[in-house]
Ligand binder design. Structure first.
Ligand code: SF4
Ligand code: SF4
Length: 295
């Protein structure tokens, strides 16, 4: 039996990733509302919700959720919101500001202007998420310099290689690149611990500084703009819909997929920390994360 997730992620749109994502943009006819999600919040009692989406109606959604007394983590995908954010300072527990590494380095003045504005906000946690695609690799030597600058501004830094199945083919990271990145991020995390972390499930046995376990389902569940429930926003694995399905059937579906039952993982000493890696990196023909070191 699964525990209730501690985090509900609500992804109002994937427009931040429109250039790089292979996941189809769903033509939504009937959108989720905060009222619909509030039933799930009352039922599951998560620790916090993550709101994301470039066109998220911040004012409306934050006003509604702040009445439910729940921690709100906002992924700030629209720079225009920066000027209004101070109005919601008391309701937002965490701000996450996403950036692609190549854009950060090419447009550093523009991004650092925003980052300095964000640094003046007094949220308990402020995180810069640095997304990596294959276009990032020519700037990898500069990653530690930029991470240090962000840490000096009192941000935590999350470095996240976007999963292979989420990306269009021309943005995908090869296995060699993935492990080069893991090695680089491990060294940076070692130098700046605990201010740097990453989402690298298959690396935990070699790189203890990198985040081991995929947080989806037992920690996190994602709701897309049409109500589809997925393990996280980077996979379109459909577990049901918040409008029609009971949460128990969603859990049962996830359990029936049971990543741990595939062969190579079953005998792996890292299974308890890796849990068969990231579902959005799965090679479905082998039923395993295609970045796994052992295949
Ligand atoms: S074999 Fe499975 S559990 Fe082991 S490291 Fe690879 S993906 Fe993770
Ligand atoms: S499925 Fe992959 S991208 Fe999603 S939370 Fe798990 S490790 Fe991260």
């Amino acid at each position: 039996m699964f525990n209730s997730p501690q985090i509900i992620s609500i992804c109002n749109d994937q427009n931040f990733f429109i250039d790089v994502a292979s996941i189809e943009h769903i033509k939504v006819t009937s959108k989720i509302t905060p009222q619909l999600i509030s039933k799930l919040i009352k039922n599951l009692k998560p620790n916090y919700i993550v709101l994301s989406g470039k066109y998220l109606k911040v004012k409306e959604w934050i006003k509604y959720f702040s009445q439910l007394n729940i921690n709100i983590s906002l992924e700030l995908e629209n720079d225009d919101l920066l000027n209004h954010l101070k109005n919601y300072n008391n309701c937002i527990y965490q701000i996450r500001y996403p950036i692609f590494l190549d854009e950060l380095i090419k447009n550093k003045t523009r991004y650092f202007k925003n980052i300095i504005k964000l640094a003046s906000m007094n949220n308990e946690y402020r995180v810069i998420i640095i997304y990596i695609t294959n276009k990032s690799f020519k700037y990898l030597d500069l990653l530690d310099v930029f991470v240090e600058r962000l840490i000096k501004l009192d941000f935590m830094v999350c470095i996240f290689p976007l999963p292979i199945n989420f990306l269009k083919e021309e943005y995908r990271i090869t296995k060699n690149e993935f492990w080069t990145l893991a090695n680089t991020v491990n060294k940076i995390a070692d130098k700046f611990a605990p201010m740097v972390y990453g989402d690298f499930p298959v690396c935990s046995h070699l790189y203890p500084n990198l985040e081991g376990m995929c947080p989806s389902i037992e920690l996190l569940i994602n709701i897309s703009q049409d109500g589809t429930l997925t393990p996280c926003r980077f996979t379109n694995l459909n577990l049901g819909n918040i409008k029609y399905d009971a949460i128990n059937s969603v859990w049962a579906k996830w359990k029936s997929i049971d990543k741990g039952l595939n062969n190579p993982c079953n005998h792996c000493s890292s299974l308890s920390s890796c849990r068969s890696g990231c579902i959005a990196n799965w090679d479905t023909s082998k039923n395993i994360d295609q970045y796994c070191h052992f295949i």
